[in-house]
Ligand binder design. Structure first.
Ligand code: ZN
Length: 233
């Protein structure tokens, strides 16, 4: 499967998220026009940054294609409670890499869909197949159901937020900073603040990207914390 390159990203989802509940209320109250089915659960919140005064940041690592032992060693030795938004295909050929991370470290596996689509191109049934399908695969492989959804490319719509709830997630999680090195390009290191969510990827530079992110956290007096525990039920 091709690894889509990310678009330039900014954490702009908070503003969008704030508008969605009103849009949904309108959809429920008016004539049916692409409205969620009756009886669907409440849409989950969208989180690009956690509101907290605790001196914490959140390390998240996406996809899972490249299995670098040196990166795993950083996560395990430094006891990083990382959220791993894995694609089932990326552990289908080497699940041991991730079992080691879960068994010897503090990482948890979260939902990143089955096939990495732009979810906004799918209808509700298509999104449900992606989200619930990934949840079932994670459960079967790791014995733990994901509670957070990171939509590929950070793109989502109203159906994503209700479907996420139906598939066991309590939040759609985007990110505050993408600190992934892509090819020759490394993003500038920001001054981190409490509650920031850092996006990394399981690529060839994960070890150095992780080391840089952890150094930035330390420079700001922040420690990595488990994201799942900071997102309310
Ligand atoms: Zn991804």
């Amino acid at each position: 499967m091709p690894r889509p390159r990310p678009r330039p990203r900014r954490a702009l989802h908070g503003a969008v998220a704030a508008l969605v509940p009103l849009a949904l209320l309108g959809a429920f109250g008016g004539p049916a026009h692409a409205a969620p089915e009756a009886g669907w659960p409440e849409p989950v919140p969208v989180v690009s940054r956690v509101a907290t005064t605790d001196p914490v940041v959140f390390i998240t690592v996406d996809d899972g294609w490249f299995h670098d032992p040196a990166a795993a060693k950083v996560l395990i030795d430094r006891r990083v409670p990382a959220s791993l938004f894995l694609l089932p295909g990326a552990y289908s050929y080497d699940s041991g890499y991730f079992h080691t991370l879960l068994d010897q470290g503090r990482s948890r596996v979260e939902n990143h869909t089955v096939n990495h689509p732009d979810l906004t191109t799918l209808d509700a049934a298509g999104q449900k197949a992606e989200l619930c399908g990934a949840r079932e695969r994670h459960l079967a492989e790791f014995g733990d159901g994901p509670r957070l959804l990171r939509p590929p490319y950070g793109t989502y719509d109203e159906a994503t937020r209700t479907t996420a709830r139906a598939c066991g997630a309590k939040a759609v999680v985007t990110w505050t900073y993408d600190l992934t090195t892509w090819g020759q390009w490394s993003p500038p290191t920001p001054t981190l603040q409490a509650g920031d969510i850092i996006l990394l990827h399981f690529n060839e530079t994960l070890e150095q990207d992780l080391t840089r992110a952890l150094a930035a956290a330390e420079a700001a007096g922040l420690k990595p914390a488990p994201l799942r525990e900071y997102v309310p039920e």
